[in-house]
Design a protein. Structure first.
Length: 89
Protein backbone atom coordinates (compact mmCIF):
# COMPACT_ATOMS: atom_id res chain seq x y z
CA UNK A 1 0.00 0.00 0.00
CA UNK A 2 1.08 3.55 -0.65
CA UNK A 3 1.54 6.27 1.93
CA UNK A 4 -1.82 7.90 1.11
CA UNK A 5 -3.59 4.55 1.60
CA UNK A 6 -1.86 4.11 4.98
CA UNK A 7 -2.97 7.58 6.08
CA UNK A 8 -6.57 7.03 4.98
CA UNK A 9 -6.66 3.54 6.54
CA UNK A 10 -5.16 4.86 9.76
CA UNK A 11 -7.55 7.80 9.99
CA UNK A 12 -10.65 5.68 9.41
CA UNK A 13 -9.44 2.88 11.70
CA UNK A 14 -8.59 5.43 14.39
CA UNK A 15 -12.01 7.07 14.16
CA UNK A 16 -13.74 3.69 14.37
CA UNK A 17 -11.54 2.75 17.35
CA UNK A 18 -12.54 6.03 19.03
CA UNK A 19 -16.20 5.13 18.65
CA UNK A 20 -15.64 1.61 19.99
CA UNK A 21 -13.69 2.77 23.05
CA UNK A 22 -15.58 6.00 23.75
CA UNK A 23 -12.41 8.11 23.54
CA UNK A 24 -12.36 11.64 22.09
CA UNK A 25 -8.88 12.27 20.69
CA UNK A 26 -9.50 14.33 17.55
CA UNK A 27 -8.67 13.78 13.87
CA UNK A 28 -4.89 14.01 14.06
CA UNK A 29 -4.49 11.77 17.10
CA UNK A 30 -7.03 9.32 15.66
CA UNK A 31 -4.98 9.13 12.48
CA UNK A 32 -1.72 8.61 14.35
CA UNK A 33 -3.25 5.98 16.63
CA UNK A 34 -4.87 4.32 13.62
CA UNK A 35 -1.63 4.13 11.63
CA UNK A 36 0.42 2.83 14.54
CA UNK A 37 -2.47 0.57 15.56
CA UNK A 38 -2.53 -0.91 12.05
CA UNK A 39 1.20 -1.55 12.25
CA UNK A 40 0.82 -3.07 15.72
CA UNK A 41 -2.10 -5.23 14.58
CA UNK A 42 -0.22 -6.35 11.48
CA UNK A 43 2.83 -7.26 13.53
CA UNK A 44 0.73 -9.19 16.08
CA UNK A 45 -1.13 -11.04 13.32
CA UNK A 46 2.18 -11.99 11.76
CA UNK A 47 3.69 -13.17 15.06
CA UNK A 48 0.65 -14.96 16.48
CA UNK A 49 -1.11 -16.30 13.38
CA UNK A 50 1.79 -16.31 10.86
CA UNK A 51 -0.25 -14.35 8.28
CA UNK A 52 0.42 -11.13 6.41
CA UNK A 53 -2.82 -9.27 6.95
CA UNK A 54 -1.88 -5.79 5.71
CA UNK A 55 -1.56 -6.55 2.01
CA UNK A 56 -4.17 -4.47 0.20
CA UNK A 57 -6.41 -1.54 1.03
CA UNK A 58 -9.70 -3.25 0.11
CA UNK A 59 -9.03 -6.49 2.00
CA UNK A 60 -11.31 -7.16 4.99
CA UNK A 61 -8.46 -8.60 7.05
CA UNK A 62 -6.52 -5.36 6.57
CA UNK A 63 -9.37 -3.32 8.05
CA UNK A 64 -10.05 -5.73 10.92
CA UNK A 65 -6.37 -5.83 11.80
CA UNK A 66 -6.07 -2.04 11.68
CA UNK A 67 -9.18 -1.45 13.80
CA UNK A 68 -8.24 -4.05 16.42
CA UNK A 69 -4.70 -2.68 16.60
CA UNK A 70 -6.02 0.88 16.98
CA UNK A 71 -8.43 -0.19 19.74
CA UNK A 72 -5.60 -1.93 21.61
CA UNK A 73 -3.38 1.12 21.23
CA UNK A 74 -6.12 3.49 22.41
CA UNK A 75 -6.70 1.32 25.48
CA UNK A 76 -2.96 1.36 26.23
CA UNK A 77 -2.86 5.16 25.85
CA UNK A 78 -5.92 5.49 28.11
CA UNK A 79 -4.33 3.28 30.77
CA UNK A 80 -1.08 5.24 30.69
CA UNK A 81 -2.67 8.67 30.76
CA UNK A 82 -5.26 7.86 33.42
CA UNK A 83 -2.68 6.41 35.80
CA UNK A 84 -0.39 9.39 35.20
CA UNK A 85 -3.16 11.88 35.94
CA UNK A 86 -3.92 10.49 39.40
CA UNK A 87 -2.10 11.94 42.37
CA UNK A 88 -0.95 9.75 45.20
CA UNK A 89 -2.03 10.73 48.68
Amino acid sequence: MGIIAWIVLGLIAGLIAERLTGEQTGWVMAGVVGIFGALLGGWLAKVVFHVHSLNTFFNVSTWITAIVGAVVLLLIVRALTSSRGRSRV
